[in-house]
Design a protein around this ligand. Sequence first.
Ligand code: RM4
Ligand code: MN
Ligand code: MN
Length: 416
Amino acid sequence: MGSAQKDEFERLSDGLQQRGIGIDEVLRAIKSQHIETPSWGYGDSGTRFKVFGAPGAARNVYEKLDDAAFIHSLTGVAPSVALHIPWDKTDDWDGLAVYAAQRGLSIGAINPNLFQDDIYKFGSLCHTDAEIRGQAVQHCLECVEIMDKTGSRDLSLWLADGTNYAGQDDIRARKRNLEAALTEIVAAMPGDRRLLIEYKFFEPAFYHTDLADWGMAANLARKLGPQAKVLVDTGHHAPGTNVEHIVAFLVDEGLLGGFHFNSRKYADDDLIVGTTNPFELFLIYNELVAAEQDSEPEVAACVRDVAYMIDQSHNVEPKLEAMLQSVLNCQSAYAKALIVDREALARRRSEHDVLGAYRVLTDAFDTDVRPLLAQARIELGLAPDPMAAFSDSPYPAQVAAERGMARGGGGGYPGA
Ligand code: RM4
Ligand code: MN
Ligand code: MN
């Protein structure tokens, strides 16, 4: 260990111990954090206006796994990769699972695609036409089989379904269609597999979205039984929404299944998590750490099963560096949440010391946790500064040279 790092860690650790924070426990938690990266974050992607080609962007699922393994080798906390079907489809799932395992990775959530086929113009699982609903269900069942072959635990479902004009369709009929379709899908899933239900209040439909908010997702999850949980994509809320409140509520109900982390300013921006809103990310983790320590075993168990996934689409930022930054931002938010002085917080709350309680949180948030993270990485046998290790690594230049400019071009607009 470098002596400057050692001094900084010891200074921080002394200060934390004086606040009654068990440093070993904090280090253990930091080392066992798990962030899942998305395959689609490694390939070419952008906005609906234009997809700019990025040199070295992964061209297929194997290259995506190579990139994910690189990010995991730098951070030690990103050992699983979410797949999107059919974007990542292969005819050799067993081979893919082996390829992943050889790189120290496992296959994470499987994401069906119910929005890019012509038949889905007016919806998928909510469609009025039973035949189209049937095809959408079949696609999900195919994904359940893929989960079986790849050892994936979670089916992560996002629907683009909705309408654009008042009167366009029967909202209640669509709601019933959705419930019936999901019942069929859950029935086909082995008991140890989960359905994660994602919600979003707008886009691509704007008048009404069939799964618009966490309440609708939670209501469905309850009806579908213990295998169904809610997935919170941090970018899927109206501006000003208190996301940490939603997180606290869902975890307390045992209904929180996972996250799609990203950062938003205006819409479903899919920017790097924790960039525009680091305090929000910290407050989300703060709720989870608090719930982890809850005396209700069900609440603590719910947090333990949460899938922490990144869902981002990098446009102007270099893709590998962007993914690394995302994982680092999650690590930093989690570390800060771990060092919240929970006893002091409980005391201030019981005294109705409104701002004292707030300052317990900002004391943690304002702490420079980098020496703590560096120590955890050293204990994991990794470089203490992953961004420096990234800069020193030949990998990004190597894949840029090997893969070249994959595709780029295109966008959702005519002539784009
Ligand atoms: C959605 C949602 C889903 C993602 C699609 C591509 O907005 O966040 O999770 O799979 O985009
Ligand atoms: Mn998402
Ligand atoms: Mn999204």
